[in-house]
Design a protein around this ligand. Structure first.
Ligand SMILES: Cc1cc2nc3c(=O)[nH]c(=O)nc-3n(C[C@H](O)[C@H](O)[C@H](O)COP(=O)(O)OP(=O)(O)OC[C@H]3O[C@@H](n4cnc5c(N)ncnc54)[C@H](O)[C@@H]3O)c2cc1C
Length: 221
């Protein structure tokens, strides 16, 4: 069966921007009524869970490690690419898109990579706001370096520990939302099945790795 990755229609560079400006919105008053389940609390999951909770949704987050901070993201080293063009060496969203597609042996989904290149410009600022200590030049501006697979200098870094520092930033944002009661964290829970109703993901079955018991979680209003 072919995978339906639900990429929006339209010209490549406009697909997600157009979708974002036309997708149905959730009334702020209704956000608290919606449960969102996030499986995984690495850089992707921890950021998603913290951001969704900040937006007002009720979030449940799961990871199989004993702490969200144990995710594999901690191992990333070199840095994070962003098309900020701080070095004025001709960088652009298109060039970051092109390098990333090429670096992925032309096998990645193009529209999603384009979106990644678009938001790369803001992600660095969000990480700085979360306290990530990126390397800086003598004058205080964010530094970057030239890294593998890139035509220009666009890799923002925190020594050789970028993944660790990014994960600590995301983890702090997640812990803040846990403290505020907006995220319920389920560590040592391994998802074993996604529950679908009418083709839509509505819940998960997890194994509680402490008790060995199966537990179910629904994400329905
Ligand atoms: C050594 C190394 C160096 C790297 N260097 C760079 C770099 O310089 N620049 C760069 O951009 N990228 C780099 N990467 C890649 C980057 O680190 C990863 O792509 C990224 O961190 C993945 O994040 P993630 O949140 O998707 O996954 P992860 O951090 O692996 O998180 C996965 C999460 O899912 C949870 N999970 C998985 N299965 C289940 C389940 N069944 N039930 C419940 N929870 C589950 C885990 O508990 C965990 O919380 C590097 C990677 C490595 C290993």
């Amino acid at each position: 069966m072919a995978l339906d990755s639900k990429i929006p229609e339209g010209p490549l560079a406009d697909k997600w921007t157009k979708y974002k400006s036309s997708v149905k919105l959730v009334n702020p008053a209704n956000k608290r009524k919606l449960d969102v389940l996030v499986v995984g609390t690495g850089l992707a999951g921890a950021s998603a869970a913290a951001s969704l909770a900040e937006l007002g949704y009720k979030v449940k987050a799961f990871c199989f490690q004993d702490s969200p901070r144990r995710a594999h993201s901690i191992a990333a080293q070199g840095g994070i690419n962003s098309a900020k063009n701080y070095k004025n060496d001709g960088d652009s969203v298109h060039r970051l898109f092109y390098d990333t597609i090429k670096g992925g042996d032309f096998r990645a989904r193009e529209a999603n990579v384009h979106r990644l290149a678009e938001v790369s410009v803001d992600i660095i600022d969000q990480c700085v706001a979360q306290g990530v200590p990126f390397a800086r030049e003598y004058g205080g501006l964010l530094d970057n370096r030239s890294f593998g697979g890139a035509q220009v200098s666009r890799t923002f870094y925190a020594r050789g520990q970028t993944g660790q520092q990014l994960l600590i930033g995301a983890y702090q944002a997640l812990e803040r939302q846990i403290g505020l009661g907006n995220v319920e964290m389920y560590a040592r829970h391994e998802m074993v099945e996604v529950v679908t109703i009418d083709g839509k993901a509505r819940g998960v079955i997890c194994r509680n790795l402490v008790t060995g018991k199966l537990e179910r979680f629904l994400a329905m209003p």
